[in-house]
Design a protein around this ligand. Structure first.
Ligand code: FES
Length: 170
């Protein structure tokens, strides 16, 4: 191979240099744009925090009571206010229970003693779904899983609730 062929011409040198510098500048401009586009998706959404649901622990009885509250939900760039509800009571061990009212059959809203034929149960009017007070679904009725359970914490005598977790994971 001759020595002449191994030399880089001025034109080639300029081509390499300009391509390299141009690529570097393009990457510098594109990176912030890509990051801005992807960053909200990578961030954790507004789920997961516990919210004060304005219910004092001393006001929680053994009778399930329905409470409603709102949370600010951030999903990517979209912020919204979302309503949540729970059935809250103290069980026979004096432990606080907070169940999602969303029926595990097709998502209707269950109510406590919603049907006088089934006292001491949660009842879903859509397809006569039934749940024991423990939240377990009554066998032979449409729901095939227990009601979800809210994450909970007591702070300064007030009840804080988080996300509703399917019973298997609770
Ligand atoms: S949605 Fe509740 S029983 Fe069907």
């Amino acid at each position: 191979m001759s020595e002449k062929k191994q030399q880089v011409s001025r034109r080639q040198f300029l081509n390499y240099t300009l391509t390299g510098v141009g690529g570097f500048m393009a990457a510098g401009m594109l990176m912030p744009m890509v990051r801005m586009a992807v960053d909200p998706v990578l961030k954790e959404s507004g789920h997961g925090g516990l919210t004060n649901v304005s219910l004092a622990v001393e006001d929680i009885t053994t009778e399930p009571q329905r409470i409603d509250w709102k949370i600010d939900q951030v999903d990517g760039w979209y912020e919204s206010e979302v309503s949540r509800s729970a059935w809250v009571f103290k069980d026979e061990n004096d432990e606080i229970q907070a169940f999602s009212p969303i029926c595990k059959h097709l998502g209707c809203v269950v109510s406590w003693e919603g049907n006088e034929s089934y006292p001491n149960e949660f009842f879903c009017p859509c397809h006569n779904g039934r749940y024991y007070k423990s939240g377990e679904n009554v066998p032979g009725t449409p729901p095939l899983a227990p009601l979800d359970v809210y994450e909970q914490e007591v702070r300064d005598g007030m009840l804080f609730l988080g996300d509703a977790i399917p019973r298997e994971e609770a």
